[in-house]
Design a protein around this ligand. Sequence first.
Ligand SMILES: CC(C)(COP(=O)(O)OP(=O)(O)OC[C@H]1O[C@@H](n2cnc3c(N)ncnc32)[C@H](O)[C@@H]1O)[C@@H](O)C(=O)NCCC(=O)NCCS
Ligand SMILES: Nc1ncnc2c1ncn2[C@@H]1O[C@H](COP(=O)(O)OP(=O)(O)OP(=O)(O)O)[C@@H](O)[C@H]1O
Length: 198
Amino acid sequence: MRVGLTGGVASGKSTVAAILAELGAVVIDADLLAREVVEQGTPGLAAVVEAFGPTVLTADGDLDRPKMGAIVFNDTEKRRLLESIVHPLVFARYAELEASAPKTGIVVHDIPLLVESGRAAEFDAVIVVDVPHQTQVERMLRDRGWTEEDARARIAAQASAAERRAVATFVIENTGTLEDLRHRVTEVFEELRRRAEA
Ligand SMILES: CC(C)(COP(=O)(O)OP(=O)(O)OC[C@H]1O[C@@H](n2cnc3c(N)ncnc32)[C@H](O)[C@@H]1O)[C@@H](O)C(=O)NCCC(=O)NCCS
Ligand SMILES: Nc1ncnc2c1ncn2[C@@H]1O[C@H](COP(=O)(O)OP(=O)(O)OP(=O)(O)O)[C@@H](O)[C@H]1O
């Protein structure tokens, strides 16, 4: 069973994915793949430098992620340019991983831009993690050292909660404690398991 997992920035997708993995799901993380394809020495990083210039590299030659974030989340065209380089590479890695993923059981695809990329229909079920904007902003300021403006720029670059909910099989409201979240994720996992066995 292929399950899509999505939600806004800092909504709690990775936390949900980690709980699902503990419960026995196989998880494929798009953010992780998007990092791998632009690691030092990759054709992906070379293409990014070709498009944006060498000033987007750190002194060590890695992609300067805070700098890149400041560029692309304040300029839609530049974001599209970066996506046009990174997304095809991510899809190619995805195809390889899918081919080697187990053919039985529950495979969860953690994809922040699942709705934006119009891919929801490819999945047997879609889990949407949802929190109010204010909670997203608070978590981003607390954990990532971003300014409120950075946080809101990222939210603005993404689909709305209503657009996500429209494709959801399950909505996980992540407004309670981590314990509440674990309880709800377990409930959803049990239901997925029932559907997978039916
Ligand atoms: C701009 C970059 C370098 C900033 O890196 P940074 O380490 O600050 O963020 P990270 O990659 O960990 O992403 C954190 C979150 O930001 C949001 N986000 C990232 N890219 C995008 C995007 N293109 N559009 C909207 N939101 C995005 C997602 O919610 C994601 O979970 C990086 O996000 C990137 O390369 N983005 C383009 C690739 C992409 O679209 N990735 C998203 C999943 S495939
Ligand atoms: N219910 C909760 N209560 C308190 N903190 C939480 C809760 N759920 C998640 N968090 C925390 O909020 C932060 C963001 O969560 P997480 O990294 O899972 O979000 P994400 O959606 O994967 O983020 P990104 O969009 O950057 O990939 C983390 O520090 C996480 O521990």
